[in-house]
Structure formats: structure tokens, C-alpha cells
Design a protein around this ligand. Structure first.
Ligand code: SF4
Length: 361
């Protein structure tokens, strides 16, 4: 049986960033303790339902996993090991906010087996970071990378944002040079999206946002700079030194199975998609998951897989051929007999190109 991934959502943030629409609440000692117990219990009940399945990736995301004591993360990890068959070389990632107390958090999670760290840099320009609501400065991010390395862990990812207020080509170059100078083996570079209901969305008229053309230029500059530094683009927004791709996130894009634990966490197992409602109290009280229908359709495989540089394979032969025959799509795709992938131009226009391809099913 193919190993699955386990995602554990840690829905606590000390401050709320003005662009973020993820589910999160303020950390509180008693709530965090109860939450940890609920994650432990849910892990056991998932094991009763799906069996002691092999697991080769575990991902603590948020929210802010580093906002809880490291011992709580260790307890959750222990519950996964007790209830699932965790591979000895499993990739175990924890997302960290550089402004957290990493000096005490990191030793506890490393002792528990965490072997990959994803740090939120967003920008090396302190002005841009402040506009994004980030408390720490770039020097603290550098210090955080050093703390991770001091524990012997090289598998580090930095998050960068494109199209943020006040950003221009020069400040992006500064950010990219900061990342490549640190020689981390993985970078995620996401374009800022104004999500409804966020502070940024409500203030969108007054934000000094770069134009759409400028953001496209920034994206191309990012791809070129990171590729020249040896970080190969393996997904629309993700770059890695070969061998350091996020094994956990690859499961999402390859339409493979994973279990998500915590409010707002989604799962795909035994052909079904389901999720926990975005309500921490309901989760702590033991409320179950909500069915989200069948998974694994060709639409889903294309929607997720076309984000990857490797594209989608094993497509019905006539389908790849029909897409390849579309003159308007030709500049954006590469098609084989049963394979389809987007090129750089396709990545830039991915929403439109993927929409057109899905319309052909
Ligand atoms: S720290 Fe992360 S999850 Fe929390 S508000 Fe900021 S972007 Fe959102």
C-alpha cells in the first residue's frame, strides 16, 4: 500500500497578518493543551477508520506551529507514530514563524524527529515585512536559519511573497539575494492574493500594489534567479535543489492520499475527500468530518498536476492529442501521447490555461 501523508493544522497565531484568510485563533495555554489532546484523540480515531497505514510525510502547518510549546508538537508526533506505520526516513516538516521563541521550540521538536523546517520570510525588506504584519526583521530570519542548521538540519524552506505593497524589482532582487545567499535548498514564492474578508481586501484601493505586468516580471525574475542558483522549479510557486522538493506537498499535487487533522484541515483517503469544519471548539468537542465528495477524477488530476513541472501522465490518449491540437493553447503547453505539462508561459497564465483544458473534458 502506498504511504500516505499526515497534515496537522496548528490554528494559533499571536497576531493576524492583514492578507491572511487561513483559519486561526489567538493562542491560550488551556486551549492549546485541549487542542493537543484533541489532535492525539483524532489521530487514534483515524487509525481505527483507515488502519495502521504506512506514512512517509508528516506536516505541521498553520496558523503558527511554533506558537505552541514544542512539547505539544512532540506529543502529537508521538500519537502519529503510535497509530501509524511511520517510515524511518519520513519527511517531518514544521512551519515556523521567525518571531516565535525558536530557541526553546526547535530543540524540542528536533528531539521528537522533525527534520524539515519551513520559515516565513516573505520579504527581506523590513518595510515590506512590516506592511505584511510581520514582527521580526530579516536579521531574525537569518538567525532562525542558523538555529536550524546548528541542530544539523539542512532541509530548510523559505517563503517569499511576490506583488506585496511597496515591492519593486530592486527590493525583490534584495529578497532573492538574501535567500540565495543563505543557500537554503527550497524556496516557495507565492503571489499575494487579495482574499475577500481580509484587511488587505478591504483596503485594496489604498494599497501601493505593483501592477499585474510588474508582478509577471517579478515572477519571471524569481524563476530565472532561483534556477541560476541551482533551485529548480518543480511547481508553479516552488523551487528546490534536486532531492529537496517537499515530499509532503508533492502528494497534494500528485493527487495522492493524506489525512488532515484539525479545524479546516482537508483529507483525501479511500477515494473520498472530507474536511473538519473551521471551528476549534467543535474540533475539541469531537465533531466529525464533513464529506466533500469523491476524489481522484481526471479534472482533479489535471487541476493539481498541471501545477507541477513534471505535469500529468497516464491521460487518455485522445485527450492529450486534442489539447495538443489547440493552436491557442500551443504556446503554453507541452504534450506527449498521454502526458501534458505547462511551460513557463503556461505557468504565468495557469488559471486561464488550466480552465481551458478542463473545459475540454
Ligand atoms: S502567521 Fe501565517 S497563518 Fe498566522 S495570520 Fe500570519 S500568514 Fe496567517
Amino acid at each position: 500500500m502506498k504511504p500516505m501523508g499526515i497534515y496537522i493544522h496548528i490554528p494559533f497565531c499571536r497576531s493576524f497578518c492583514p492578507y491572511c484568510d487561513f483559519y486561526k485563533v489567538r493562542p491560550d495555554g488551556e486551549l492549546m493543551q485541549k487542542y493537543t489532546e484533541a489532535v492525539v484523540n483524532t489521530t487514534a480515531s483515524f487509525s481505527h477508520i483507515y488502519g495502521r497505514r504506512p506514512v512517509d510525510t508528516i506536516y505541521f502547518g498553520g496558523g503558527t506551529p511554533s506558537a505552541v510549546p514544542g512539547s505539544f508538537v512532540a506529543d502529537m508526533l508521538q500519537a502519529v507514530r503510535e497509530n501509524f506505520d511511520v517510515a524511518p526516513d519520513a519527511e517531518i516538516t514544521v512551519e515556523c514563524n521567525p518571531s516565535s521563541d525558536l530557541e526553546s521550540f526547535l530543540p524540542a521538536v528536533f528531539a521528537a524527529g522533525v527534520n524539515r523546517v519551513s520559515l516565513g520570510l516573505q520579504s527581506a525588506s523590513d518595510g515590506e515585512r512590516r506592511a505584511l504584519g510581520r514582527a521580526s526583521d530579516a536579521a531574525r530570519v537569518k538567525q532562525a536559519v542558523a538555529l536550524v542548521r546548528a541542530a544539523g538540519i539542512e532541509n530548510i524552506s523559505l517563503d517569499v511573497m511576490l506583488g506585496v505593497p511597496g515591492q519593486d524589482r530592486e527590493s525583490l532582487i534584495e529578497t532573492l539575494e538574501f535567500c540565495t545567499g543563505l543557500k537554503v535548498p527550497h524556496i516557495s514564492a507565492y503571489m499575494l492574493k487579495l482574499e475577500e474578508g481580509t484587511v488587505f481586501f478591504n483596503r485594496r484601493e489604498s494599497l501601493a500594489l505593483p501592477s499585474e505586468d510588474e508582478v509577471c516580471d517579478m515572477y519571471e525574475l524569481t524563476c530565472d534567479t532561483l534556477e541560476s542558483a541551482g533551485l529548480k522549479q518543480y511547481e508553479i510557486s516552488n523551487f528546490a535543489v534536486p532531492g529537496f522538493e517537499s515530499r509532503h506537498n508533492l502528494k497534494y499535487w500528485r493527487d495522492e492520499e493524506y489525512l488532515g487533522i484539525g479545524p479546516a484541515a482537508h483529507s483525501f483517503a479511500d477515494g473520498r475527500r472530507f474536511f473538519f469544519p473551521s471551528d476549534i471548539n467543535a474540533f475539541i468537542s469531537g465533531a466529525g468530518t464533513v464529506d466533500d465528495g469523491p476524489g481522484g477524477s481526471i479534472e482533479e488530476r489535471l487541476m493539481l498536476g498541471l501545477r507541477l513541472a513534471e505535469g500529468v501522465s497516464d491521460l487518455p490518449a485522445d485527450f492529450a492529442g486534442r489539447v495538443a491540437a489547440r493552436a491557442d493553447l500551443a504556446p503554453f503547453i507541452e504534450a506527449g501521447a498521454t502526458t501534458l505539462k505547462l511551460n513557463r508561459r503556461g505557468f504565468l497564465m495557469s488559471n486561464r490555461v488550466i480552465f481551458e483544458i478542463l473545459e475540454m473534458i
